[in-house]
Design a protein around this ligand. Structure first.
Ligand code: SF4
Length: 310
């Protein structure tokens, strides 16, 4: 069988389902290649994968007997300004493929000595602005051992939506500690669920960077003591600890700025995320705030937003 792959989002981050599909087909003797509209001949099957709903769909005609489209980008739709999960458009990988060791050769630069994957899926929070609970389940559940996608690489990029909400968090973090690999937990770790025990175990990992989220302003009284406790236990500086700050959803600019200043004062690096609600243009205050905060050099030099806006 001749199989083509299209990473619709581009090749900026390795597409995990495509890497698993590639590995599975190769293991079954199939030929696998990136689909090129000008150079690929007629193929038996083409898989298209799209992670982000805002990515434009693939614009070219595809010459293949069968085209299979999958990924979050195809099953999230914006309805009345809100992102909604469309279950009927969600195609899951068959179990056998889901549990295949990824073909990292598809992304030789991004995957140099780096493994990517999920130890858990799902999240119990069900935040209104997020589709994880609807798509993956309203609980965090272990879905694989580390060895399923890691084979001695020096770096691990973990994409779990809420690792420490999983009841198996301890054994999973232990696997990451034992790997001695540098770990980047690239989704937000739920600071509301942080305990001293969890923080001490996380500290034992070789952490490259860890991201938290403070999305809901009203969580202030819960998250602030947890942020302080995590800092005290790990002693990690802002270069290792960043915090996603959701804006343009249900907060005011003053509430956004309060979160930003508070996090900076506590030694965390805030990172502004803009909820995709209606369109924002580059002059909107929220977009200016994002440019100011997310450019670390400017953010640490220009201390107040009013000074940046002048
Ligand atoms: S805690 Fe994070 S992953 Fe879970 S539902 Fe909320 S935004 Fe999504």
């Amino acid at each position: 069988m001749k199989v083509g792959l299209i990473d619709v989002d581009g090749h900026h981050f390795p597409n995990i389902p495509l890497m698993k599909l590639s590995a599975w087909h190769k293991a079954h003797g199939d030929m696998v290649e990136w689909y090129e509209p000008l150079f690929s001949g007629h193929l038996d099957r083409v898989y298209m994968s799209k992670v982000f709903s805002f990515t434009e769909d693939y614009p070219y005609h595809i010459r293949a007997d069968e085209v299979i489209k999958g990924g979050t980008g195809y099953c999230i739709e914006t309805i009345n300004g809100m992102e909604r999960y469309q279950k009927d458009k969600d195609i899951k990988l068959p179990d056998e493929i889901e549990h295949t060791y990824p073909d990292y050769t598809l992304y030789p630069k991004l995957c140099t000595d780096t493994a990517y994957g999920f130890l858990t899926r799902g999240c119990p929070r069900n935040c209104l602005f997020c589709h994880v609970a609807a798509k993956e389940g309203a609980y965090a559940v272990k879905v694989s051992e580390l060895s399923e996608f890691w084979n001695g690489q020096k770096r691990i990029v973990l994409c779990d939506p809420n690792l420490i909400a999983c009841k198996d968090w301890q054994s999973l973090i232990q696997q990451l500690i034992d790997s001695k690999a540098k770990v980047n937990i690239n989704q937000g770790v739920d600071i509301r669920l942080m305990t001293a025990e969890k923080a001490k175990m996380i500290k034992r990992m070789k952490i490259d960077s860890i991201h938290f989220a403070w999305d809901r302003y009203e969580d202030k009284d819960v998250v602030l003591p947890k942020f302080r406790m995590f800092k005290e236990i790990t002693g990690w500086g802002p270069q290792k600890t960043s915090v996603f700050v959701l804006t343009n959803f249900d907060t005011t600019i003053d509430q956004d700025l309060e979160r930003i200043y508070t996090l900076r004062d506590m030694g965390y690096n805030p990172y502004v995320m803009i909820y995709n609600k209606g369109s924002t243009n580059k002059n909107d205050v929220v977009r200016q705030m994002q440019r100011w905060v997310n450019n670390r050099r400017i953010f640490h030099t220009v201390k107040r937003f009013e000074e940046y806006q002048v």
